[in-house]
Ligand binder design. Structure first.
Ligand code: SF4
Length: 224
């Protein structure tokens, strides 16, 4: 259950993270680029994602040519990001569906839709789950939604913001309720940075962590 104390700790968390990682703003990007990049980012690092995305864009600058290429060739371009065959299939499937629905490989029409309708559309595309849909809505359209990936979910559980066994969907629903919408972007980006550098899945580096004072995991297991 959400309490005032929890909301205070969440706001404190966002503030402390900004002191370490800065205050990231939303940079407007082409929605299809955001979608493709987010599919590429599944189960890999940001530098691998960037390399795979750059190679893909170089090979298929307008995506129309991607639809004419064999899956094996697409997979070759994105090999760096891992799961290349699966991701190639998902990207092609998503782009084909968008072209079929919109008459072009363009997601601009989502900007004229209600947020939940736009989310529903994205979730029906191949390879798109709650996090990918939320990333597109937030970063490409500025719609108020809080993307939750494994880093955000793990740290939120350790901090005690969401129940220990919360699914990604549940964590997203709870965090969206607790967080002021203008902080979605900053909290999302900075929790990921914190998860990559310090609050890792195995052996989190708690000593000297900026979130020590508000972290339930730290108080329960490390300060006995
Ligand atoms: S104190 Fe440890 S568990 Fe808590 S946020 Fe920091 S690194 Fe993660």
């Amino acid at each position: 259950m959400m309490t005032d104390d929890m909301t205070d700790r969440l706001l404190r968390c966002a503030d402390l993270l900004e002191q370490v990682y800065g205050s990231p703003g939303r940079v407007g990007s082409d929605p299809v680029d955001v979608l493709v990049r987010t599919i590429l980012s599944q189960n890999t690092t940001s530098s691998n994602t960037q390399q795979a995305f750059s190679r893909l864009k170089e090979a298929y600058p307008d995506y129309r040519s991607l639809l004419d290429a064999p899956d094996s060739e697409i997979a070759e371009q994105i090999r760096q990001g891992g799961l290349a065959n699966i991701k190639a299939e998902r990207i092609r499937g998503a782009l084909e569906a968008i072209k079929h629905d919109a008459g072009a490989i363009d997601l601009g029409f989502l900007g004229r839709m209600d947020k939940e309708d736009a989310r529903e559309y994205l979730l029906a595309l191949p390879g798109v789950g709650p996090k990918t849909a939320a990333v597109v809505l937030l970063f490409a359209f500025g719609m108020q939604t809080m993307p939750v990936d494994t880093h955000v979910n793990r740290i939120s559980r350790r901090l005690g913001f969401v129940p220990p066994k919360a699914s990604i969907e549940e964590a997203q629903r709870l965090l969206e309720k607790m967080t002021p919408p203008e902080m979605y972007c900053s909290l999302h980006v900075n929790l990921i940075r914190h998860g990559r550098t310090r609050c890792k899945a195995k052996n989190p580096l708690c000593e000297g962590c900026v979130l020590e004072e508000i972290c339930e995991y730290h108080h329960k297991y490390l300060q006995k």
